[in-house]
Design a binder for this molecule. Structure first.
Ligand code: AMP
Length: 193
């Protein structure tokens, strides 16, 4: 299986690139942000609990994230591979992912980090805020999300760097340019198995 995680700060273009990649390589796609927003839209108890955290720019409890991913994996375990968008986001989630994949007799092929400078991230998120209507796209929440990211998410990079599975991708430039950089690395993984 080709199992990829796309990782980067909020506003780095994870969602956009994920869509292109899962289509190109025929992967199942899991965006924990999207799954959480679906739970919120359906007003489930989990969704209601997650909403208050998301609206403050925090990270949802690991247990909740695991719960929604497992629900999804149960119905997509026979795909050619999985693309994870926005997961894992904490070191605990890295271990959880290892375990989940081990149960499926597979491993994570690579963790792709989309590298974008902070000023550019703020600019992109504020632009998105005007269009998306997402309740977590405003300046206060954006600042909180960036803080949360630095605090909890950067150790995720170290986790995969130590295991030789971290791929740093320059996230600046057009969508097509960034996609091309990602695909060069992915194809290398596919070739070498
Ligand atoms: P995203 O769409 O990936 O930017 O996620 C939106 C929000 O959902 C984040 O700011 C978090 O509050 C929450 N979220 C998404 N994925 C995770 C995760 N893996 N762990 C914890 N919280 C998450």
């Amino acid at each position: 299986m080709l199992n990829i995680a796309l990782f980067g700060p909020p506003g780095s273009g994870k969602g956009t690139q994920s869509e292109r990649i899962f289509e190109r390589y025929g992967l199942a796609y899991i965006s924990t942000g999207d799954l959480l927003r679906r739970e919120i839209a359906e007003c489930t108890p989990l969704g209601m609990e997650a909403k208050s955290v998301i609206d403050r720019g925090g990270l949802v409890e690991d247990e909740m994230v695991v719960h929604i991913i497992e629900k999804y994996l149960n119905t997509h375990s026979h795909s050619k591979g999985i693309l994870f968008d926005g997961f894992p986001r904490t070191t605990a989630q890295c271990y959880i992912l290892e375990e989940m994949l081990a149960k499926m007799n597979t491993v994570l092929s690579g963790m792709f980090f989309l590298d974008v400078p902070e000023e550019e991230l703020r600019r992109r998120m504020l632009y998105r805020a005007q269009k998306s209507g997402r309740s977590d796209d405003n300046i206060e929440v954006i600042n909180r999300r960036l803080e949360e990211y630095h605090e909890k998410t950067l150790p995720v990079m170290e986790f995969y760097a130590e295991r030789g599975k971290l791929y740093r991708i320059n996230g600046l430039g057009s969508e097509a340019e960034v996609l091309e950089r990602l695909c060069v690395e992915i194809e290398q993984i596919v070739k070498t198995g």
